[in-house]
Design a protein around this ligand. Structure first.
Ligand SMILES: Nc1ncnc2c1ncn2[C@@H]1O[C@H](COP(=O)(O)OP(=O)(O)O)[C@@H](O)[C@H]1O
Ligand SMILES: [Mg+2]
Length: 373
């Protein structure tokens, strides 16, 4: 898995010449795709029917009909592993769907990388099929292009990416922030309860939609780096690579950066980093211009993380709010909140000037809220 970029990434500008959509995987890789799945005829008409061939897009997919079912309209977004397209599902009243297709870049990479990324996308589809929380997009179908790249058809989210909202309005209203974080935490709690950890909770992996009822709906996606919680550091299974650990450095917990044991508290760290950013408009963990290498250096060391006290940036916030956010960003998982929901609950209590009932005065809530009953 490639490390996800800290700064917005522009598509997979592969140094290699783009391959035609209908081409099969390159022979110089020396590993026939047939080993992955039975190979479809490259130009199988029922799989991919050109509709408006002149409108070739990023990937030559635009204007094509995939699997006789999805007419590809335009690019919705690109991530580090996949390109996401708006498409119409022809057999279901032309409803709009988001087609997430493995990036063409993988066609130029060794077989092992192609296989792992393909499996991650297929696993993402399966996982989404199991989850029910409102913040997770629905998955409608999984399939593969003639060149063997997998795709999943997802619910189309018509909203604004959280990262873009932060850029436009760097200080979110506390009530809005708490509402969004609560929705996110509800979903993550379901994921964690099923024994998974997301490992890439970032403002680029969430969108905010306005509903007809005047409320906001947070939708999250991108489970490509999700992994099973095992209670042990299983670096092979996690696809861990010292130079390029899976995830996004700016929101990554120290244990994830070091290939340690990850569990729901790693996602809680990321959620606290997002809360910090929503409150003050700057990244929580910043080192040397937020380069991934510099951030990873701190995450892996023993020094305090380079996080400016939130109170310095927002002197108007109640001190308990800042203490809760910093506790969520603790280097040590045991010193954070036990789970994402406990973090959001404590944040809400701090904003509302309430002291959550503190059973252990010396415990985390005792430290944050002064040990009051
Ligand atoms: N269901 C969706 N509806 C609308 N846009 C989406 C949807 N899923 C992803 N996107 C867009 O595509 C981009 C990349 O998707 P993502 O799942 O994060 O890919 P990657 O795994 O490569 O990071 C997102 O940042 C977002 O802009
Ligand atoms: Mg992403």
């Amino acid at each position: 898995m490639a490390i996800k970029p800290i700064e917005p990434e522009i598509p997979h500008a592969s140094p290699q010449a783009p391959r035609g959509l209908l081409q099969t995987r390159p022979s110089q890789n020396n590993h026939p795709v047939a080993s992955l799945q039975p190979q479809s005829p490259p130009s199988s008409p029922q799989l991919l029917t050109p509709r408006t061939p002149s409108r070739a897009g990023l990937d030559g997919l635009i204007g094509q009909v995939l699997d006789g079912e999805f007419e590809v309209i335009r690019v919705l977004g690109t991530g580090s592993h996949a390109d996401v397209y708006l498409a119409r599902q022809i057999s279901l009243g032309n409803r709009e769907v988001a087609l997430k297709v493995l990036s063409r870049l993988y066609l130029t990479l060794p077989e092992m990388d192609f296989r792992r990324a393909s499996e991650a996308l297929q696993r993402e589809g399966q996982l989404l099929g199991e989850l029910h929380a409102a913040c997770f997009v629905d998955v409608y179908r999984a399939g593969a292009l003639p060149d063997q790249r997998p795709y999943i058809a997802l619910e189309h989210v018509e909203g604004k990416m959280l990262a873009d909202l932060i850029d436009k309005a760097p200080r979110m209203q506390p009530e809005v922030m708490l509402d969004l974080l609560q929705q996110w935490a509800d979903g993550l709690a379901e994921l964690h309860g099923r024994g998974w950890v997301h490992r890439d909770v970032t403002p680029r992996n969430a969108m905010v939609e306005s509903t007809n009822f005047g409320t906001r709906r947070l939708m999250t996606y991108d489970f490509g780096t999700a992994t099973v919680i095992t209670g042990r550091a299983d670096r092979f299974r996690m696809g861990w690579d010292r130079e390029r650990p899976a995830g996004t450095a700016a929101y990554m917990s120290p244990e994830q950066a070091t290939g340690g044991i990850v569990d729901g508290r790693s996602d809680q760290f990321a959620l606290a980093a997002i809360a910090y950013e929503l409150l003050c408009g700057v990244r929580a963990v910043r080192a040397e211009g937020t380069s991934a290498a510099a951030v990873l250096h701190y995450l892996r060391g023993n020094e305090a993380l380079p996080v400016q006290p939130l109170q310095e940036l927002r002197p108007d916030l109640p001190p308990s709010v800042c203490r809760v956010v910093h506790a969520g960003l603790d280097r040590t998982p045991e010193r954070r909140f036990a789970d994402v929901e406990a973090f959001v609950r404590a944040l809400a209590s701090a904003f509302h000037g309430e002291s959550p009932s503190v059973t252990k005065p010396g415990g985390l809530l005792g430290r944050l809220f002064g040990g009051k009953k």
